[in-house]
Structure formats: structure tokens, C-alpha cells
Design a binder for this molecule. Structure first.
Ligand code: DAH
Length: 343
């Protein structure tokens, strides 16, 4: 009896010290302790040697030990992989696997791609330019000479090591780069990131995205501008959307116009986004100023053109009802996941 108590104590200690960390070890454990030639079987056999008056107590002890081993084995089941040599033939390999969550495109990429593809269908080619620009391409060439008050419309980040460089404030700088390198006819769409020294809030950010368009050829008229942008809006927002053009001012276009569309958030009933007017501004546009053409040696008597620039965040806000600009750069997966599946 004494030796049986000691044995059980030692076995318990041994089990406690055993590290079982994979399916093989679980199986080893089973064979060693619970198998037909296992320790539990053999120790049960020792009942024979116990004196009759101690049999009851010994039986109780052995039963407890059996439960201890079985419980321990049970607790290892989660470690055991489902695939063992025995059941490998029973697995239905044609069953679908556990799904791997797929990533999603950023909503701004989705909207930029849509904008670009609509204009590509109209024959516009993509052009890109640098985000770090010089004064000439961002301002001078676009008819914004130094000291021009309209420069204040776009609060600029200058590069501290060399203030003749800056972060472009609009993608109109790409117009300058294109006209520098191409002769008319020109038909380009220029997507890209732009920077302005603004305090970050729900309505303003120090960087955002624009898509610029430029069309130069003989006999290009304001009617072409209107028709092109009307087509764009219908493709982007559907046939029911209404547009209106308001006279405006940009140094690089004359005449200039801003285009509004009927508010899609409230269906023009009046909301915060349209400031209860039923209309939201989505882009600036106009006929390319003759001075801009002449800056690049393009004969303004022979050629005319139109240009426009729109904010991708604004289009995205209207399309997907995103009302805080900060969401675009916070990388909150709960926000981004909502756009899964969009291309
Ligand atoms: N560059 C202007 C801005 O950032 C937008 C713009 C207005 C671009 C009129 C144009 C245009 O090409 O013709 O506010």
C-alpha cells in the first residue's frame, strides 16, 4: 500500500513535468499512460497485491489517479491537430478552406481610378509630375507672378533648405510640365497629391488629392468644357444629377467657372454638406488663359483649350458619404474595410 501511494505520487509529478506541445506528444502521452500496455493498466493490476482490508481505499486512490490522467489527456485535445495518420484518408479535400480576409483599396484610390477611367474613355492620357515643385511650374507659369494676391488662396509649404522649392499646392503644376514637353493637340488627366498649410480638421487637411484636366486643340470652346464635365458627372454620379456653372476667378483661366452638382447627400433638400443650398461645388474650370499658352510657346491665336481641377476627397465624400477628411489618412481598418470589393 505504501509503495502504491508513492508510485502514484511520482507518476503525478512525472505527468505534471511532461511538456505536451504537439499532436505527436499527445499521442505519445496516450500510449504511455492510457494505452493497452500503458502505465494505468499496469498499476491497476497492482490491486492484486493489496491486502483485503485496504482494497477499498486503494481502489479509490487508483480511480482518482485514472481520472487525473484522463482529464489531463482531455485537456490536450485542443493541441492535437485534426490531421493524423489514421484520419488523413477520411478528410474531404474538396471542402472550401477557411477564408483569408481580403484587403481593400483605399476609397481615394477607388474614386481616383473611376475619375481617371471616365476621362480615359474620352481619349485623355494620364500625366504626372513631381510633388516637390519649383515656383515657376506651380505659380509663375500658371499666370500667378510673385506678389499676385491669388497666391494667398493657397497657403504654401516651402522647402526650408531651399525656398525656391515648394510642395505643389495644386495639380495645375502638371499642366505646366505637360505644355513644356508636348505640342497640341493635348488631352491629359493628371491625378496627384497636393499640399497646403492648413490646420487639420474635419474640413481641411494639409494634404489632399486632385485630378487636373487639360485639353488644347484648335477650336476648343466653352461648350466642349461644359459637355465634357457634364458627361463626367453623369458617369460618376448617375443620370439624375444636375449641374450648374458659376462664374469664378482663376489666374490661369479666362473665363473661369466653378461647377456645382445637386446635393446627393440630401437630394437637394438641404443639409450640412450643401450648407442648405441644395448644391455642392465640385471643381474649378475655365478656358486656358492665353498668357499660359504663350508661356509655353503655344500660339493662342491658333489654339484654345479648357482646363479643370477637382478634389478627389470631395468627390469621395459625395459618392460614399464620408464626412470627416481625417478618416482618409488615419488608416482605421474599420473605416477602410467598408470599401472592400471596390476597384
Ligand atoms: N488649381 C485650382 C485649385 O487648386 C483648381 C483649378 C481651377 C484647376 C480651375 C484648373 C482650373 O485647371 O481651370 O483650386
Amino acid at each position: 500500500m505504501e509503495s502504491l501511494i508513492l508510485k502514484i505520487q511520482n507518476y503525478k509529478q512525472e505527468i505534471d513535468a511532461t511538456i505536451v506541445s504537439d499532436a505527436n506528444a499527445v499521442e505519445e502521452f496516450r500510449i504511455k499512460w492510457l494505452g493497452t500496455k500503458g502505465i494505468l493498466k499496469s498499476i491497476m493490476g497492482e490491486m492484486r497485491n493489496v491486502a483485503a482490508e485496504q482494497k477499498k481505499e486503494a481502489g479509490q486512490m487508483l480511480n482518482d489517479f485514472k481520472l487525473f490522467v484522463e482529464e489531463r489527456f482531455e485537456s490536450y485535445q485542443s493541441i492535437k491537430s485534426n490531421i493524423t495518420q489514421e484520419n488523413i484518408n477520411q478528410i474531404d479535400w474538396s471542402l472550401p478552406g477557411s477564408p483569408i480576409p481580403i484587403g481593400s483599396r483605399h476609397p481615394l484610390s477607388v474614386v481616383r481610378n473611376k475619375i481617371v477611367s471616365i476621362f480615359q474613355r474620352l481619349g485623355f492620357a494620364i500625366a504626372e509630375g513631381p510633388e516637390i515643385e519649383d515656383d515657376w511650374h506651380n505659380f509663375g507659369a500658371m499666370n500667378l507672378p510673385e506678389d499676385h494676391p491669388a497666391r494667398d488662396m493657397q497657403d504654401t509649404f516651402y522647402i526650408s533648405q531651399n525656398p525656391s522649392w515648394l510642395l505643389r499646392t495644386h495639380t495645375s503644376s502638371v499642366q505646366a510640365r505637360v505644355m513644356e514637353n508636348q505640342k497640341p493637340p493635348i488631352r491629359v488627366i493628371c491625378p496627384g497629391r497636393v499640399y497646403r498649410n492648413e490646420t487639420i480638421s474635419a474640413r481641411a487637411h494639409c494634404f489632399f488629392h486632385q485630378v487636373e484636366g487639360l485639353y488644347i486643340d484648335e477650336n476648343v470652346s466653352f461648350a466642349d468644357l461644359k459637355q465634357t464635365l457634364y458627361f463626367f458627372v453623369q458617369e460618376m454620379f448617375g443620370k439624375d444629377v444636375k449641374v450648374r456653372f458659376r462664374p469664378s476667378y482663376f489666374p490661369f483661366t479666362e473665363p473661369s467657372a466653378e461647377m456645382d452638382i445637386s446635393c446627393l447627400i440630401c437630394e437637394s433638400k438641404g443639409c450640412n454638406v450643401c450648407k442648405h443650398t441644395g448644391w455642392v461645388e465640385i471643381l474649378g474650370s475655365g478656358m486656358v488663359h492665353p498668357k499660359v499658352l504663350e508661356n509655353f510657346g503655344i500660339d493662342s491665336n491658333k489654339y484654345t483649350g479648357f482646363a479643370f481641377g477637382m478634389g478627389v476627397e470631395r468627390i469621395c465624400q459625395l459618392k460614399y458619404q464620408v464626412n470627416d477628411l481625417r478618416l482618409y489618412s488615419q488608416n482605421d481598418v474599420r473605416f477602410l474595410k467598408q470599401f472592400t470589393g471596390l476597384v
